[in-house]
Design a binder for this molecule. Sequence first.
Ligand code: SF4
Length: 338
Amino acid sequence: MSEFAFELELCAHLETRCEGVVARQLGASVADPGGRILDVVCVEPGPKFDERPQLTSAAIPDTAIESAVGPGRARYWKDAFDCHPDRARRATERALEIGFFESQLRNGREYVRQVARYPDWYGRIRGIENKPDLGRPGDLESQLRTDVSLALVDEVVLATESYVTRAHLNRIPDEVGVWRVHRESADADPSVTASALEVEIEVVREAEPLPVDRPGVEPLEANPGRTDVEIVDADDKARTRRRLAERAYGKGWRTFGLPACGNCQLGDDAPSSEVTLPYCDWAGRVVDAGSECGPACPAHEPGDETDVDLEAERERRTPWIADPAGKRRRQSGLDQFW
Ligand code: SF4
């Protein structure tokens, strides 16, 4: 049972159900350093969701959003940040690079402003912990307890392929929802092809809403007889939620490689409406090209990587726009504005 295949197939399925953004493997700690990584994040649309894709395809740095750089009058960049100048400079350059800021030199100084007001684009955030096999739970209990006590996301769900018993339910916090995921994968039926991978979700237990607007407790390090924790205030949580939503928007879930192998031939005759997963005909399942594929694999057939544009696919199937026209005004427009 491959956790990687489980995760990608679940993401592909959720993308058809979620009107917002689906992403995978995102940091979800407020404390620094914090080690919590959420397997899957679903960000539901907020009231101005439609405005976010028009801004930029990338994650907008939080330092740039928080700065005093607004969409109105341009400001000298150094005057607009309440942080170390190096950090301010990095945020400014990144915001310019991705098209969130625009700039102009005046008397040898760089003035910046936002191309548009940062929109209220995200709503509820759901975090999903994947544990296809509950017989190998690893740190599952402590991870879910962390998510509940921190309450950074609006709800937390455990997704598994295992049959879920009452004993399993008793071991995890009541607030955590539980999904049993049924995959019609080639593990069970070798005649199933990549294009026919199907997922169904059986809700074993509904998730309870978490108090995202209140302070949370983030466990840091467990020592014998004692766990160090950090109390996280609501403002820090709000900032981290925004950062999480931005990273989800910028990253999405198609962060996988496609095997350069004759046993993974995708896209050639698949309808464009279908989702691309790194499916191996020999293994009969989705594979992780980074860790499973190469000359060490006994069935490796050297070939070219499948020519599939995953960004184009994301754009076609979701509200994300790869290269938005942008709102950068022409230079003459800037002059007029000032
Ligand atoms: S290298 Fe092996 S696992 Fe990877 S696609 Fe080829 S046959 Fe499949």
